[in-house]
Design a protein around this ligand. Structure first.
Ligand code: MSP
Length: 473
């Protein structure tokens, strides 16, 4: 009964933004959910630190790549801490153990004849750290980075990815290796069916990387380096005895990512695993991309939302709630400060927060805090199992709305004066609802959930603190 869940290792060219936070919060919620069910969970996060993109960013900042990486990796750790991300392992691709394991893996693939030397000519986008096909470009530019890719021609080592095209296609189409949502599975399949070429796995002119073990003039292609993190975070190294974590947790049960990196993940990554004779992941879940008030998030536009600003404004739990309730998981979405403040006020300040203070107040003032209730479940489990995080939160919100409406309709503030036993019955029901709301929120809003459950179970119920003060726009 184990569960291994991963996020992408994020590039350290900058500190984390709300897009990184979204994937990581979603993974944290799912990890907590699995733990709650009693599974033994390993939750991987980390940073991708080698390659041209990072060394250029370091240079621009006037720092060496290692110092620059240290600073940014720390920024990721700090952000995950304030967002209450309870990861099991934080891997940096500059970790020594990772680097030696990558070299060992490459040596094995080389000895198996799965790596060979050739020449590469193509258009390279440093932003993507990927070669581009001419038909990937819009007006000659990479659509994701608005830059013309560089022409590159160099001797290179290749991985025989083409050898695995058929088996990959079979495993994905049969569902042995699941890719969700279905549209993303189809996208991966049609990409594979259009013909998988061997991939260049080395760079001659990129000094900032892991040297190829069999030819030190080259460094390892940053994506190959990065993919192996999903193994090395478990202490995997093909030269040594299997680590406990590898034995217990391999293969991943769920790998999260956004649609931008599906293609590489659905091809090179499983290709490497097949080459190494390792089991493939059980499932990818691919979510969409956020825009900010209708625009692509970018530093140049100055519209980047930084997670620490979110936490400062809303607190960790409300930030987590706002991220996951903004968009159905798997679809593209749009967020903005304005929409988030509105939703915070509606769902949390006026919704949940108001419900708690109304019910707790009535119980404290009219029953000396002494009402006992039972928790009742209201079916978020199916949604959680299906990774429908947005829908799970909608159900919870509907329960809050129901309870607030129940208070209004029964005019309970009058009943406590005129019909105490009826009031007691209704408050018992409401307290039970609050308890179950608190329990359902546990993976999403861990601190809030704990506070709600403690209050609802207390021998003497008190009005307590205001959890979600209203925020002015
Ligand atoms: N380093 C590679 C991944 C290697 S994994 C072996 C990389 N890094 S990244 O920093 O660019 O992160 C991309 C991921 O960040 C996306 O797949 C997604 O998880 C998250 N997001 C980045 N921007 C996002 C949005 N605007 N919206 C939603 N998620 C976003 O690619």
């Amino acid at each position: 009964m184990k569960f291994y869940i991963t996020t992408p290792v994020y590039y350290v060219n900058d500190r984390p933004h709300v897009g990184h936070a979204y994937t990581t919060v979603a993974a944290d919620v799912l990890a907590r959910w699995q733990k709650q069910k009693g599974r033994d969970v390993f939750f991987e996060v980390g940073t991708d630190e080698h390659g041209a993109k990072i060394s250029q960013a370091a240079q621009k900042a006037g720092q060496t790549p290692p110092d620059f990486g240290d600073e940014k990796a720390q920024a990721f750790k700090d952000t995950w801490k304030i967002l209450n991300i309870d990861y099991s392992g934080f891997i940096r691709t500059t970790d020594k153990a990772h680097e030696t394991a990558v070299q060992k893996a490459l040596e094995i693939l080389y000895q198996k004849g799965l790596i060979y030397k050739g020449e590469y000519e193509g258009l390279y986008c440093v932003g993507c750290e990927q070669y581009k096909n001419p038909d990937d470009l819009v007006d000659g530019k990479c659509p994701d980075h608005q830059k013309e890719p560089e022409k590159m021609k160099e001797e290179s080592y290749f991985f025989r990815l083409s050898a695995f095209a058929q088996i990959l296609e079979e495993k994905i189409s049969s569902g042995e290796f699941k890719i969700e949502p279905a549209a993303r599975k189809n996208e991966a399949l049609s990409f594979i069916r259009s013909g998988l070429k061997d991939v260049s796995i080395s760079r001659k002119n990129v000094a900032w990387g892991i040297p190829l073990p069999f030819d030190k003039e080259y460094t390892t292609y940053v994506w190959v380096d990065a993919f192996l993190n999903y193994l090395t975070v478990l202490g995997w190294n093909p030269a040594s005895e299997e680590s406990e974590n590898f034995k217990n947790f391999w293969p991943p049960d769920l790998q999260l990512m956004a649609k931008d990196i599906l293609r590489v993940h659905a091809t090179i990554w499983p290709g490497l695993l097949l080459g190494l004779g390792l089991r493939l992941p059980q499932k990818f879940f691919v979510h969409g991309f956020f825009t900010i008030a209708g625009q692509k998030m970018s530093k140049t536009l100055g519209n980047v939302i930084w997670p620490e600003d979110l936490v400062q404004k809303f607190g960790a739990d409300a930030s987590r709630y706002l991220l996951l309730s903004s968009t159905p998981f798997g679809q593209d979405g749009d967020i903005s400060w304005e929409k988030m403040i509105q939703k915070y006020n509606a769902d949390l300040a006026n919704g949940l927060g108001n419900l708690l203070s109304r019910v707790f107040n009535l119980i404290e003032n009219n029953f000396d805090g002494k009402i006992k209730a039972e928790k009742s479940d209201f079916g978020v489990s199916d949604f959680m199992e299906n990774l429908q995080l947005f829908e799970a939160l909608q159900i919870i919100k509907a329960k809050v709305d129901w309870a607030n409406k129940y208070i209004d309709e029964t005019k309970i503030w009058e009943l406590v004066k005129n019909d105490k036993s009826k009031a007691e019955k209704i408050l018992t029901e409401l307290l039970g609802a609050i308890w179950s709301i608190g329990a359902s929120l546990a993976p999403f809003m861990p601190e809030t959930s704990q506070k709600i459950m403690e209050s609802a179970r207390a021998a003497k119920i008190r009005k307590g603190e205001i959890l979600f003060p209203k925020i002015e726009i």
